[in-house]
Design a protein around this ligand. Structure first.
Ligand code: CP
Length: 299
């Protein structure tokens, strides 16, 4: 019997795996058929188990499953027995008997890992406190479409070393592009920076210098709202704005996974500018996740 493959972190995927997923996502977006059936999820059900709010991830997975011929089932964690203390290992084994794959948005990365350990169906990480790999697949597809070589570009991150930043680091380690993060002290990424093409600085200008892609995210992520005032102070000077863009390469594209706090981590002017790819970035979540679902469920 084939071992079930999951999508928990980009660290588990090779460079070829990532590039093949992006190739297929791009073909799907253009409406090109793959090698397999036109509706690869026909007769299959995919659970969407969410512990946190979501607009893009929830809707793009729901619509993506439907477009592939499958049946999405949204499960808020508070509506199932998991919320009342049923162990993850029991939930995973039971849901594996009904579903063909499960998409999970939750808190600790260890939760999706524990789920995957007991699951006989693919588990997809739809955001944990540690990582957001689906977001980075969408971001990479967006930059490819804009004409960048995602294996040789210089990309930058300005702001919190959060789950999205962590997944950017994982992507840079796999693909080899240069990636410089500017994070205030105390807000460094959790993923180790142990390769020559990734660098951490305290200087947003150094990060932005000659970059062709610059990304940021909110200063207080979901669950960190109580720290908001402290974070507001810590992140002064780490705003993505026109002044920072003066140091970037040409062309330079601006990304934001959304939702954004205009006037905090990014200016409204830049978010709405000709440099911004945010709407394509949001759309591309749908295409990369369809490629991922097809890949995991056609094995
Ligand atoms: N970028 C992202 O994951 O958006 P949602 O939180 O709306 O899903």
């Amino acid at each position: 019997m084939k071992k079930t493959r999951h999508f928990l972190s980009l660290a588990d995927y090779s460079k070829d795996d990532i590039l093949n997923l992006l190739r297929r996502a791009s073909a799907m977006k253009r409406g090109e058929p793959g090698k397999g059936p036109a509706r690869p999820l026909e007769g299959k059900s995919v659970g969407l188990l969410f512990d946190k709010p979501s607009t893009r991830t929830r809707v793009s997975f729901d619509v993506g499953v439907y477009q592939l011929g499958g049946h999405p089932i949204f499960l808020h964690s508070r509506d199932i027995q998991l919320y009342r203390g049923e162990p993850i290992k029991d939930t995973a084994r039971v849901l594996s008997r009904y579903l063909d794959a499960i998409v999970i948005r939750t808190f600790g990365q260890e939760i999706v890992e524990e789920f995957a350990k007991w699951s006989t169906i693919p588990v997809i990480n739809a955001l944990t406190d540690l990582s957001h790999p689906c977001q980075i697949l969408g971001d990479l597809l967006t930059l490819q479409e804009a004409g960048l070589d995602i294996c040789t570009m210089k990309a930058a991150w300005i702001g919190d070393g959060n789950n999205v930043a962590n997944s950017w680091i994982n992507a840079a380690k796999k693909l080899g592009f240069k990636f410089v993060l500017a994070c205030p002290e105390g807000y460094d990424p959790a993923v180790p920076i142990d390769c020559d093409n990734v660098k951490l600085t305290r200087d947003p200008i150094e990060a932005a210098r000659d970059a062709n892609a610059i990304s940021t995210d909110v200063w207080a992520s979901m669950g960190q709202e109580k720290e908001s005032a402290v974070r507001q102070r810590a992140f002064q000077g780490f705003q993505l704005n026109r002044e920072i863009l003066n140091y970037a390469g040409n062309p330079v594209f601006v990304l934001h996974c959304l939702p954004a706090h205009r006037g905090e981590e990014i200016t409204d002017d830049l978010l709405e500018s000709e440099h911004s790819l945010i709407w394509d970035e949001a759309e591309n979540r749908l295409h990369v996740q369809k490629a991922l679902l097809e890949n995991l469920l056609s094995r």
